[in-house]
Design a protein around this ligand. Sequence first.
Ligand code: AHR
Length: 494
Amino acid sequence: MESQLIIQADVTEGTINKNIYGHFAEHLGRGIYEGIWVGENSSIPNTEGIRNDVIGSLNKLNIPVLRWPGGCFADEYHWKDGVGPREVRKKMVNTHWGGVVENNHFGTHEFLRVCELLGAEPYICGNVGSGSVQEMSEWIEYMTFNGESPMTAKRQQNGREQAWKLKYFGVGNENWGCGGNMRPDYYADLYRQYQTYVRDYGGKGLYKIAGGAHDDDYNWTEVLMREAASLMDGLSLHYYTIPGDFHKGKGSAVDFSDQEWHLTMKKALHIEQLIINHGKIMDRYDPEKRVGMIIDEWGTWFDVEPGTNPGFLFQQNTIRDALVAGATLNIFNNHCDRVQMANIAQTINVLQAVILTEGTHMITTPTYHVYEMYKVHQDAEKLAFHLDSPKIGESGIGYDQVSVSASKSVNGKVHISYCNLDYKAGIHLLTEIRGTVPSSVEGRILKTNSRNEMNTFEHPDHVVPREFTNFEQEEDKISINLPPMSVVVMSMDT
Ligand code: AHR
């Protein structure tokens, strides 16, 4: 098959906010406990209780922002239970995720330390569903106020002299569901009330994010924008790629049919339509696009691995996940005028994870490698392009074979990320660069020979990026051969 791509290297269309490459870590399964937190006395090498191997690998992704503590857990979480001497912290039942005991050993101080080790901005989600205005307001005071106050004193007693820098704060999570089963008007009123007491101490520019819709719940977006747009900086949107039925069977992460492949791609690409439709509603109330669309939960959601706790949402990760990640990040890049942040669910051991652990062992997933390859787009200028892609898939499940985004970084380098979503056929893609002639071109590729290949604890480096040489440059034209199910990032000096 043959296809054509024209990149306008001299036409920029806004900045790709690096926060699009954000992550999400919830108190769910082995996401926090074992995944990040092992405690200071663990035999697993750690820094103040935080796993060194995990931090070392995550650091290679330049994670810009990390969302915590949930998810559904956020609206059950009472922050005061998670500060002070660990041995006396109150225990709770994590009713939403497996009914396990949460010992609160990982709390505010520990999370903010993780962010420091990662060089990531913390994005904390507050409790609206079962919390109070006072509890939320005191959490903000505890973390960000430096003057004399009861919460400053408490923080200092707990060993932290100076306030932390906190930029992103979410007022509730999925308040239409696990966050309180609220109707949109009711939540909009609560958002208005709660956010009033989320004080921006020191005027450092606290960015307040309202709990948004999921999927195609356009009415939620309409009501929130109508009733509260002027009081928010961001409005969230959640969307998961589930090839099956959420309740009857989502499908296996590793053992799937042709049809499930097509459904996965088709459903992953559907996020673009959701961005467009929710975006149109936002445009009516906010034509300047001041309010960011914050896609703070997205990714694949499959059945848990056989034999694992159904409440822990542990799934393996194949090249199929890598393609979902690559194509989705391309869509976010291409809609960077409105999408200001996105947080894949979830960083470690949960859903579409970038890292999996098994006790002392740790591996990175194909999705991890996409984040590592795509980090070149962070804070780069989006470039205009025109793509002609063939359609593939089965009847009723047709989709574009190729997904693309392109950007120019501050040092003038042009990066183009391509995904060939077909597991059967390669594609020849003629890429024309307009506005400049690249002085040098190089590429990296992530690919496998069959569609359910992955990294395992036995073979941790089976799916890793390699040098890509299957292209020819002639002046401003680059003739590229994308193998089946591949993610390629080309870098060019201009
Ligand atoms: O990421 C898993 C869960 O999915 C989150 O806790 C919740 O917000 C969403 O429904």
